[in-house]
Design a protein around this ligand. Structure first.
Ligand SMILES: NC(=O)c1ccc[n+]([C@@H]2O[C@H](COP(=O)([O-])OP(=O)(O)OC[C@H]3O[C@@H](n4cnc5c(N)ncnc54)[C@H](OP(=O)(O)O)[C@@H]3O)[C@@H](O)[C@H]2O)c1
Length: 325
């Protein structure tokens, strides 16, 4: 079968397709034909060797996927051949993957493979961030930095579903238009020097209650300074590269709090959280409260190109790879 095998940490431009043996499912496992694999900024950093966690080489990148069960062993209890499922598992950039039954979640017919592969990490992170870390309430106002990225778009959808008013920040008109299409109530250009004035105008006299920040760098502190008393600043990621250093008297002066959002860490400590959050999100999808969507779609051979788009700040939405193409 075809797969992307990362032999050495290097620019994603160097990634190539390799021919490797199709995996054999072991006891309690299914063989999945992978239809779509969602890419995050983390995947591009990992391939380049720039992420804090370095997997042992060689490895197949790709951590969230959707597909159809090709083969299910006799001891597999809850899944059957032909069923559509999503899963979080490393090795998603391959035509097939063998997975423990417990890792797979059946998906409704209404959810496309592209949307399913775009949804798992970013929607769970947003739900966990707003609900558990940020205590977001209906009618509150949220500012989402990097609103057009994979994490940002999911945050727009989840915050809207929770009844919040959403202001999304993005650096280009194309990206801001994508935020509006994803459901943001207002957008601002945080690449502009005076972007806090733009934010003030968008707030229209209302308090800023929550900031959701997957970007970091120079954007975090002005966003923190814009929070209302009792506001919550959610630290999600650092796509800009720099980790800001905030002087903590600012929290005292603004009477606000900063909370770290680490979905992976939370699940590692509370394994049942994943199933609970996923069940809620799938119910919201079925009820039409959420509309997960993918961004640009690429074939397997263009995986490197797709990852470079993220590193070069050119991606809009969650990028998806079709391993069968
Ligand atoms: N905490 C968690 O549990 C969790 C879970 C998933 C992901 N994350 C983190 O969230 C961050 C975003 O991931 P993502 O998959 O959404 O990435 P993405 O799709 O590439 O989006 C990142 C956004 O950051 C903005 N940005 C600003 N400066 C940038 C730069 N120098 N290079 C690239 N982008 C820049 C871009 O928007 P503009 O051009 O509009 O600025 C871009 O849309 C990553 O740091 C990731 O590690 C955290």
């Amino acid at each position: 079968m075809r797969a992307i095998v990362c032999e050495a940490f290097a620019s994603p431009k160097e990634l190539k397709i390799s021919e490797i043996d199709r995996p054999e499912p072991g006891p309690g496992q299914v063989l999945l034909r992978v239809e779509a694999t969602g890419l995050g900024y983390v995947d591009a950093l990992t391939v380049a060797g720039l992420y804090q966690i370095k997997p042992p080489l060689p490895f197949i990148p790709g951590n969230e996927l959707s597909g159809v069960i090709e083969q299910a062993g006799d001891d597999v209890r809850h899944l059957r051949q032909g069923q559509r499922v999503l899963a979080s598992a490393s090795g998603g950039l391959a035509e097939y993957i063998a997975l423990d039954e417990a890792r797979c979640t059946p998906i409704p017919e209404s959810l496309t493979h592209d949307a399913a592969a775009s949804f798992l990490v970013n929607y769970c992170t947003a739900f966990h961030g707003f609900n558990y870390c940020g205590n977001l309430k209906e009618k509150e106002t949220v500012l989402i930095l990097g609103g057009s990225g994979g994490v940002g778009m999911a945050a727009i959808d989840v915050a809207r579903a929770m009844g919040a008013r959403v202001i999304a920040a993005a650096s280009t008109k194309k990206k801001r238009d994508a935020c509006l299409e994803a459901g943001a109530d207002a957008v601002i250009n945080y690449a502009a020097k005076d972007w806090r004035n733009e934010l003030k105008a968008a707030l229209d006299g209302n308090p800023l209650d929550v900031v959701y920040d997957p970007v970091g760098g120079e954007f975090s502190e002005p966003a923190l300074r814009s929070l209302a008393p009792d506001g919550r600043f959610l630290v999600v990621g650092f796509a800009a590269g720099d980790i800001p250093r905030i002087t903590i008297n600012l929290l005292l002066l603004k009477r606000c709090s900063m909370v770290g959002v680490n979905w992976g860490g939370h699940v590692a400590q509370n394994p049942s959280a994943s199933r609970e959050v996923l069940t809620t999100l799938l119910e919201w999808i079925a009820a039409g409260k959420l509309q997960p969507a993918s961004g640009e779609v690429f074939g397997l051979k263009d995986t490197g190109k797709a990852m470079m788009k993220m590193l070069e700040r050119k991606a809009v939405g969650k990028i998806v790879i079709h391993p069968q193409e």
